[in-house]
Design a protein around this ligand. Structure first.
Ligand code: GRG
Length: 296
């Protein structure tokens, strides 16, 4: 189901707004090459899906875009940081990212690691410095705790750790679910939850948006795994075929390509069902779900 022109333009415009905010928030100082490496990885390219989801979730629960922009940028900075480290020779070893040389290719491996390191506290700083003061301190503290759990050993790092450790071995479906839910799903989950928390939503609304987030997070990783098989370097902006070349555990490897496509559609239906059944009337959330499922 192709997005109509109006939906495409709306999402493009939201992407631009997040990029403008990132330009505004990214610092520049001495040592200039460190800040350049951070900006190189963060500012150029990227679909900004996680940032847009944070903003749209906030709007869905009657919060303003301005309330969500700092957190949306913090999420995009952590996402960019995870891509820098993921591309390193000791991890996924990819020379291309977002259609250009990956950060270690452009700046050197030690510099790329340090740029990534510096982006973690920067994300927290931007959230704390720029989030409007009308957001309650207890909401900010809750978000800091959830953000930490999302990106650390119980989230991105934990998922990536199991992914790296099991490379070249055959894992069971349960372990694959763990990898996907943490390596990729955790940041999707947090993107939607953080927007809702910033808007001051109720606990039951938070539970609903979390269920939606889990479905699209899984859908996104399945589509990413499928695209590694079917996508081109130009379309992906990175090297295709790397998963099978390094005998990585992916959804198609464990479940087969056809079953992966079926599961992707199941997750789409599940996500849309949550929106429809619970009267979450967000055209953008509806469109992003279809964009994720249709991008294969
Ligand atoms: C966050 C502290 C901390 C450490 C990072 C390296 C690592 C730990 C985690 C790796 C996580 C990872 C790379 C998961 C894959 C996620 C994925 C499919 C990314 C591609 O996302 P897109 O297509 O990228 O949204 P763009 O370029 O559009 O932003």
């Amino acid at each position: 189901m192709q997005l109509n022109l109006q939906s495409k333009e709306y999402l493009k415009n939201q992407q631009k707004k997040i990029e403008q905010k990132l330009e505004e928030f990214m610092p520049m100082s001495y040592p200039v090459r460190l800040f350049e490496a951070m900006s190189y990885s963060t500012l150029e390219g990227g679909k900004r899906l996680r940032g847009i989801l944070c903003v749209e979730s906030c709007k869905t629960f009657n919060g303003s875009e301005e309330t969500a922009f700092p957190m949306a940028c913090a999420i995009e900075i952590i996402h960019a940081q995870s891509l820098i480290h993921d591309d390193l020779p000791c991890m996924d070893n990819d020379d291309f990212r977002r259609g250009k040389p990956s950060t270690h290719k452009q700046f050197g491996a030690a510099q790329a690691i340090l740029a990534g390191d510096a982006m973690i506290p920067l994300a927290y700083e931007i959230f704390l410095k720029h989030t409007p003061s009308k957001v309650k301190p207890e909401s900010k503290l809750r978000l800091l705790e959830e953000f930490s759990q999302t990106i650390g050993a119980t989230g991105l790092v934990g998922g990536q750790f199991v992914d790296v450790e099991t490379e070249g071995t055959l894992i069971d479906a349960e372990t694959l679910t763990f990898i996907h839910a943490n390596k990729t799903g955790a940041l999707y989950r947090f993107s939607l939850r953080s927007g809702a928390i910033l808007a001051g939503c109720s606990e039951s609304q938070l539970a609903l948006i979390t269920s939606f987030a889990e479905a699209i997070g899984l859908a996104f990783q399945i589509s990413d795994d499928i695209l590694d098989i079917t996508g081109s370097k130009e379309a992906l902006g990175k090297t295709p075929g790397k998963d099978s070349a390094s005998n990585k555990n992916t959804y198609p490897k464990i479940h087969g390509l056809e079953e992966s496509k079926i599961e992707l559609n199941k997750q789409r239906k599940k996500a849309l069902h949550f929106l429809n059944e619970n009267n979450i009337n967000s055209q953008a959330l509806f469109d992003i779900t279809n964009f994720i499922a249709d991008r294969i």
